[in-house]
Design a protein around this ligand. Structure first.
Ligand code: SF4
Length: 175
């Protein structure tokens, strides 16, 4: 075990082969801890950062390798623990061609103010940003719950400096 892999992180669940958190079948990691406390949140059991159970990054990485599916980081909010998720995401990007989606209650504009959060953003392919707003809930939205949330194409956004949305037109690049 190398140093990064022995880091422990608290998670609630690992969903293998889910189609709910991005395109195709994916391995979704549900982390512990979220302070956004959105009204109508589907996962309030993940709000407590001490809830769930501990697992090492090495164990998580091995599960992802075994599944050979693209990855979604969700919760909870992975952006409350960006350093450890960045270690995991960095290893995924170094060793595989899997893509990474990340759900967060922060807006992209808030994320760019934090170097540690931006380090994780830069390792992701798509960021689904913003809190869930019950008044803007819409069941027909693609991979998100309320109209304020955006599917942001990270590579295009960082290369142009303009927030660029993931759309069906570029879905093939992001699956
Ligand atoms: S950001 Fe997500 S996990 Fe956190 S309270 Fe809002 S909907 Fe729930």
């Amino acid at each position: 075990m190398t140093e990064w892999s022995t880091n422990k992180i608290r998670i609630h669940d690992i969903m293998r082969g889910t189609s709910a958190d991005g395109p195709g079948l994916r391995t979704s990691i549900y982390c512990a801890g979220c302070f956004h406390h959105c009204q109508g949140c589907h996962n309030p059991q993940t709000w407590d950062p001490l809830s769930g159970y501990e697992i090492t990054l090495g164990e998580l990485y091995q599960i992802i390798r075994d599944e050979e599916l693209n990855v979604t980081l969700t919760g909870g909010d992975p952006m409350y623990n960006p350093e450890k998720f960045a270690l995991l995401a960095s290893k995924i990007k170094e060793m595989t061609d899997l893509n990474i989606w990340c759900y967060t209650g922060f807006t992209f504009e808030e994320l760019i103010k934090s170097p540690s959060r931006m380090a994780l953003v830069a390792l992701c392919d798509v960021i689904v940003d913003g809190p869930f707003i019950l008044e803007q809930k819409k069941s027909s939205l693609l991979f998100r719950g309320s109209c304020n949330q955006r599917l942001i194409d990270v590579r295009r956004t960082l290369s142009t400096g303009i927030i660029t949305l993931y759309t069906p037109d570029n879905i093939l690049n992001l699956e």
